[in-house]
Write a protein that binds this ligand. Structure first.
Ligand code: PGA
Length: 231
């Protein structure tokens, strides 16, 4: 299983360091097959070492240049960052990233050899139209994406389940992941209100290869509860 924690706009450099020190101690006992990713805010990126991978939540598809407020490869290289989230619904919806721009980013970071966690997800309005509408919507989020790239994973995150406490049902996750697996031959993570109470059930679904976690990753103990749940 893959366990990825997305801090979003939470934690400081100081608290991230504390978190990672604690995480490091416990990850010694993790299942060697499990992979752990942490996506801290950009100001907390540093040369951490341990049994996990640090990635960035966002970057601009450029080496360097005049892109006020953004970071490019030059800044990421300083910390050996080779992992990035692309297409998160908060960037699509709040920051206005179009499918075209998301695909441009994907192509750039693919060319740079990054490991990409590529996020897709539907709104509640689409979900209420039924499974076929959901799949059609999600497949459109692969437009312009080279799904043959061998260093990316998909994160399916229904927007209505993100940060709401309401995760998708086992049946919804299973149906959607199975349909996505017909289109992309890559690991698929589920995200959206994953927490201690539902991790065992979600992880038991065959087509779930891991989880992308926001809220429940913010405290190291609750993130560790996910990593060490009994499957
Ligand atoms: P959540 O966020 O776990 O707080 O629902 C998930 C995500 O946005 O990656």
């Amino acid at each position: 299983m893959i366990y990825a924690g997305n801090f979003k706009t939470n934690h400081t450099r100081f608290s991230t360091r504390e978190y990672i020190n604690k995480l490091n101690l416990k990850l010694k006992d993790k299942n060697p097959e499990d992979k752990i990713y942490i996506f801290p805010p950009l100001t907390a990126i540093d040369n951490y070492s341990g049994n996990f991978t640090i990635g960035v939540q966002n970057a601009y598809p450029i080496q360097n240049g005049a892109f006020t407020g953004e970071v490019g490869i030059e800044q990421l290289d300083e910390f050996n960052i080779k992992t990035i989230l692309i297409g998160h619904s908060e960037r699509r919806e709040i920051l206005g990233e179009s499918q075209e721009f998301v695909a441009k980013k994907f192509a750039f970071f693919q060319k740079m050899g990054f490991e990409i966690i590529y996020c897709i997800g539907e709104s509640l309005e689409i979900r209420e139209q039924g499974e076929d509408a959901v799949i059609e919507y999600l497949l459109a989020q692969f437009e312009g994406i080279d799904t043959d790239y061998n260093n990316f994973v998909v994160a399916y995150e229904p927007i209505w389940a993100i940060g709401t406490g309401r995760s998708a049902t086992t049946k919804e996750i299973e149906q959607t992941h199975n349909a996505l697996k017909k289109r992309v031959n890559r690991p698929i993570l589920y995200g959206g209100s994953v927490k201690g109470e539902n991790i065992a059930e979600i992880a038991s679904i065959d087509s779930v290869d891991g989880v992308l976690v926001g809220g429940a990753s913010l405290k190291v103990d609750s993130f560790l509860e996910l990593v060490f749940h009994q499957k």
